[in-house]
Write a protein that binds this ligand. Structure first.
Ligand SMILES: NC(=O)c1ccc[n+]([C@@H]2O[C@H](COP(=O)([O-])OP(=O)(O)OC[C@H]3O[C@@H](n4cnc5c(N)ncnc54)[C@H](O)[C@@H]3O)[C@@H](O)[C@H]2O)c1
Length: 246
């Protein structure tokens, strides 16, 4: 897909990977709906895009509920009249104390609802609306946590594995709906989510050895993989690891 002149929606775009993708899509000429719960961060993403000569607006959104997802897409329709590109990126780790196996049932449900239901409902709404325009592209953010056991946050690992299998299962939508659905699997990226594994700003002790042994990725590296998927019309149901150099 040629990104110039298209309408893009990025969830979790107030921070980290979502902000970097929103900036990259705007640089390619898309008008970008910056969706997030975080109004201040969302406003800053819009400011950064506008300052760089791009077009963006903020939509306050909660991707963890059906009403939140529907309202987010309705807001995009109201502002832009349609949608061509969706990056289902908002995600949370279980974080804080207690972690597994003592996280509350409410916290477990929230992680699943944001990371899995948010992605599935976001893809569903994207397809329904892209159909009317003759197709589009969805990119979901999974994680390398999808690929192996993660004893300290098995809830997160399970949600990301679900995103990969969901994305693979959507391969046929390229034929039936002209909507290509793919996923990026980042390694460890230098974003605020790392601090949220601990007390909110400081990484959890269990993550410290991995951080020390790893060259952290920058959010722009993940954004570049998302842009590749949007542009590459041959890819559907695919997933790409953006791993850490050793
Ligand atoms: N940083 C990493 O090392 C890493 C690695 C692999 C995958 N990921 C994934 O990348 C994605 C982006 O994470 P990040 O690293 O940029 O973290 P981040 O914390 O900087 O950004 C996540 C954003 O999602 C938003 N969000 C959370 N719940 C939401 C909800 N219910 N509705 C709407 N927005 C919501 C937050 O407000 C935040 O702005 C996540 O899906 C995460 O799981 C991150």
């Amino acid at each position: 897909m040629n990104i110039g002149g298209k309408i893009a929606l990025v969830t979790g775009a107030a921070s980290g990977i979502g902000r970097a993708t929103a900036l990259a899509l705007a640089k390619e000429g898309a008008s970008v709906a910056v969706a997030d719960l975080d109004e201040a961060g969302g406003a800053e993403s819009v400011r950064l895009i506008t300052a760089a000569g791009g077009k963006a607006s903020f939509i306050k959104a909660d991707v963890s509920t059906p009403a939140g997802v529907r309202a987010m897409f309705d807001a995009v329709d109201a502002v832009y009249g349609g949608i061509d590109i969706v990056h289902n990126n908002a995600g949370i780790m279980t974080g804080g104390n207690p972690n597994w196996p003592d996280a509350s049932l409410e916290k477990i449900a929230l992680v699943i609802n944001v990371n899995v239901a948010g992605v599935i409902m976001g893809t569903r709404e994207a397809v329904a609306r892209m159909r009317a325009r003759g197709g589009g592209v969805v990119v979901n953010t999974a994680s390398i946590a999808a690929l192996g056991p993660m004893p300290m946050d098995p809830i997160y690992a399970a949600t990301k594995a679900a995103v990969v299998l969901f994305t693979q299962s959507c391969a046929m939508l390229a034929e039936t709906e002209k909507v290509r659905v793919n996923a990026v699997l980042p390694g460890m990226v230098d974003t605020p989510i790392i601090g949220k594994t601990g007390d909110g700003t400081t990484p959890a002790p269990w993550l410290a050895p991995a951080i020390a042994a790893t060259k952290m990725l920058q959010p722009e590296e993940i954004a570049a993989a998302v842009i590749d998927y949007v542009k590459d019309d041959s890819k559907a149901g695919d997933h790409r690891i953006v791993g850490n150099a050793r």
